[in-house]
Design a protein around this ligand. Structure first.
Ligand code: PRP
Length: 183
């Protein structure tokens, strides 16, 4: 057992449940994108685990690419500004159907900003896909095109999600013990 598991209050979504969610999402995406030119876009770092599963489960040719963004003032007062730390440099924006892959949507600011940004770049289409969605935390209106599971407002970690850069490697989505972040 990974020593980090001592900090987990309980498992919210098991490895097996995640696998089922991913299979369902990948089947739907494979159907919806069969006549398109899919560019699967990973938003680092949290989505990397879900992304790597999804790209192997979608049964279509695709390209992959990566961006890294961060919200100013995250965790304290959010200004709603999103800073691009790793940008997308391509010459074929008008030829690709971008599907942005996220691990979680919280305030909605990251994805609403990214969708606008990629449309402004001239992408042929821009849609969004998230493993987890926390609609109760929205600060801006945002509905993803594909959502794996709606979750309550709990402090979730694992399967790519971190607290202070830890727990990303846990193979399930767990709820962190409050004692860890109230220390
Ligand atoms: C998380 C997550 C999304 C964003 C969602 O990333 O991966 O990108 O927050 O929050 P929002 O809906 O309130 O904008 P984070 O900034 O924690 O970075 P990380 O992926 O590197 O952990």
């Amino acid at each position: 057992m990974n020593i980090l598991e001592n900090d987990v209050e309980r498992i919210l979504i098991s490895k097996e449940q995640i696998e089922e969610i991913e299979d369902r999402m990948a089947a739907q995406i494979s159907e919806d994108y069969k006549d398109k030119n899919l560019l699967l876009l990973c938003i680092l770092k949290g989505s990397v685990v879900f992304f790597s599963d999804l790209m192997r489960k979608i049964t279509l040719p695709m390209q992959i690419d990566f961006m890294k963004v961060s919200s100013y003032g995250k965790g304290s007062q959010s200004t709603g500004n999103v800073r691009i730390l790793l940008d997308l440099h391509r010459e074929d924006f008008s030829e690709v159907d971008v599907l942005i892959v996220e691990d979680i949507i919280d305030s909605g600011r990251t994805l609403s900003t990214l969708v606008e940004y990629l449309k402004m770049k001239g992408c042929r289409s821009v849609k969004t896909c998230t493993l987890l969605d926390k609609p109760s935390r929205r600060e801006v209106e945002f509905i993803p095109d594909y959502a794996g599971q709606i979750i309550p407002d709990e402090f979730v970690i694992g399967f790519g999600l971190d607290y202070a850069e830890k727990y990303r490697e846990l193979p399930y989505v767990g709820i962190l013990k409050p004692s860890v972040y109230t220390k």
